[in-house]
Ligand binder design. Structure first.
Ligand SMILES: *[C@@H]1O[C@H](CO)[C@@H](O)[C@H](O)[C@H]1NC(C)=O
Ligand SMILES: *[C@@H]1O[C@H](CO)[C@@H](O)[C@H](O)[C@H]1NC(C)=O
Ligand SMILES: *[C@@H]1O[C@H](CO)[C@@H](O)[C@H](O)[C@H]1NC(C)=O
Length: 338
C-alpha cells in the first residue's frame, strides 16, 4: 500500500516533470507531448515513456486475492476488452453490477494497471459486487469521443453477454457507473448517453453514477486551479496538456466534453432526475480540480438531480484510489446504496 501512495492516478512525478516546472511560466507555449513524456513517432504511433506496472487477472480460488478476475474481449476491431471481478464466495443472491472506468487523463493507464486492478478487486470484495472494468481506447491515438463510445458499447455488450459471471451473479436491475479522474468524466458522459437510450440497453438498468475526483476543465481558471497551479502531484501544465491531446481537434476547454456546465448543462439531466438516479461526487481540497467538481454538484443540484458531494479537506488528486482509508469511503457509500 505504501508504494501506491506515491503513484497518482494521473501523473507520475518524474524528474522530467520537475525540470519542466522549474523552467516554465506559461503552459500554453509548452509542447504537450514533451510535458506528458510521450514520443510522437514518425510513423504516427505514440510511445509512452512512463511505464505503469500491470497485474494479470486470476481465477485461482486458492490465491489470497480479494476477488477473482478474468479478461473478456469487447470489440476486437478496437482492441477493447474488460476485466471482470467476482467476489470469492458469491451468494446465490444476485449482486449489484459496477461498471468501472479507470483514470489517467484519457492518455495513460489500463484496466490491467496494478493501481486500478487492486482498487477494483477490493471494490468487488468490500461491496459484494460484480465489477466490470473497461479497457477503453486512449488518446492521442484515439481522441474523444472514442472513449465515450467504448463506455456505452460495454453496456450493450453486458446486455447480450453469455458470460456466467454476469448471467449467474450480476443483478442487471442494479447497475452503477463508476470512474476515477478521467474515468469519472467518462462515467458521467456514459451516464448522459445511456440516459438517452435506456430502452436500448434493457435489462441493464442504471441506478447511479459514482464520480471519484472526475476530471473536468474549462477556459476560465477556477480558484483551486490557480491556487494549485504548480502542485507537484497534478500541475496545470499536465492537465492542460491532457486536454490538448484528448479533446477533438479544433475545440477549446469550454467544449461540453471538458466543461459540463456549458449551455447550462446537458438537457438529458432532466431524464436523470426523472429516473431518480443517485449521483455521488468525491473530491478533496488538495486537488486543483476540486472547484470543477463542486461546480458539477451545484449544476446537478440546480437540476434537482439526487446528488451528494463528498468533499474532504487536504488530500490530493488520486487519493481515493491510492490510499486505502480513502478508498473505504467510496466502498462505504456503495454499501449504503444497496
Ligand atoms: C512505429 O515506430 C515505432 C518507433 O520507431 C516502432 O516501435 C513501431 O513498431 C512502429 N509501428 C509500426 C506499425 O510501424
Ligand atoms: C475478501 O478478500 C479476502 C482476502 O483478501 C478473502 O479472504 C475473502 O474471502 C474475500 N471476500 C469476498 C466476499 O470475496
Ligand atoms: C495544443 O497545443 C499546441 C502547442 O501549444 C497548440 O499549437 C495546439 O493548438 C493545441 N491544440 C489543441 C487541440 O488544443
Amino acid at each position: 500500500m505504501s508504494m501506491s501512495l506515491h503513484i497518482t492516478a494521473i501523473a507520475i512525478l518524474s524528474l522530467h516533470l520537475l525540470l519542466l516546472l522549474a523552467n516554465v511560466n506559461s503552459s500554453s507555449s509548452m509542447d504537450p507531448y514533451k510535458v506528458l513524456n510521450l514520443i510522437h513517432n514518425p510513423n504516427g504511433t505514440i510511445t509512452r515513456l512512463d511505464k505503469y506496472p500491470q497485474s494479470p487477472p486470476s481465477q485461482d480460488p486458492n490465491l489470497p486475492t480479494p476477488s477473482l478476475s478474468k479478461d473478456l474481449t469487447l470489440n476486437p476491431s478496437k482492441h477493447t476488452w474488460a476485466r471482470i471481478y467476482l467476489p470469492h464466495k458469491p451468494t446465490s443472491k444476485k449482486l449489484p453490477l459496477i461498471v468501472f472506468y479507470h483514470g489517467g487523463g484519457f492518455i495513460f493507464y489500463s484496466a490491467a494497471s496494478t493501481y486500478f486492478h487492486n482498487f477494483c478487486s477490493n471494490l468487488a470484495n468490500q461491496t459484494h459486487s460484480v465489477v466490470v472494468s473497461l479497457e477503453y481506447r486512449l488518446a492521442p491515438e484515439h481522441r474523444l469521443p472514442a472513449a465515450y463510445e467504448d463506455s456505452v458499447e460495454i453496456l450493450h455488450w453486458i446486455k447480450t453477454s453469455k458470460d456466467p459471471w454476469l448471467t449467474h451473479h450480476a443483478d442487471y436491475s442494479r447497475v452503477y457507473l463508476m470512474g476515477e479522474s478521467a474515468g469519472g468524466n467518462i462515467a458521467y458522459t456514459a451516464g448522459l448517453r445511456a440516459a438517452a437510450i435506456v430502452d436500448e440497453i434493457k435489462p441493464v438498468n442504471i441506478k447511479g453514477l459514482i464520480l471519484i475526483q472526475p476530471f473536468f476543465g474549462g477556459n476560465k481558471r477556477t480558484a483551486s486551479e490557480i491556487r494549485l497551479e504548480k502542485d507537484l502531484n497534478l500541475p496545470l501544465i499536465v492537465t492542460d496538456s491532457m486536454w490538448n491531446l484528448s479533446l477533438p481537434l479544433g475545440v477549446d476547454r469550454d467544449y461540453e466534453y471538458c466543461n459540463p456546465t456549458v449551455n447550462g448543462g446537458d438537457k438529458v439531466l432532466e431524464k436523470i432526475r426523472l429516473f431518480g438516479w443517485r449521483v455521488a461526487v468525491f473530491g478533496c481540497d488538495g486537488d486543483q480540480l476540486v472547484d470543477r467538481q463542486r461546480e458539477l454538484v451545484k449544476l446537478l443540484e440546480g437540476k434537482s438531480v439526487n446528488v451528494v458531494g463528498q468533499f474532504y479537506s487536504g488530500g490530493r488528486h488520486g487519493i481515493f484510489v491510492g490510499d486505502a482509508s480513502m478508498s473505504q469511503k467510496v466502498f462505504d457509500l456503495v454499501n449504503g446504496l444497496h
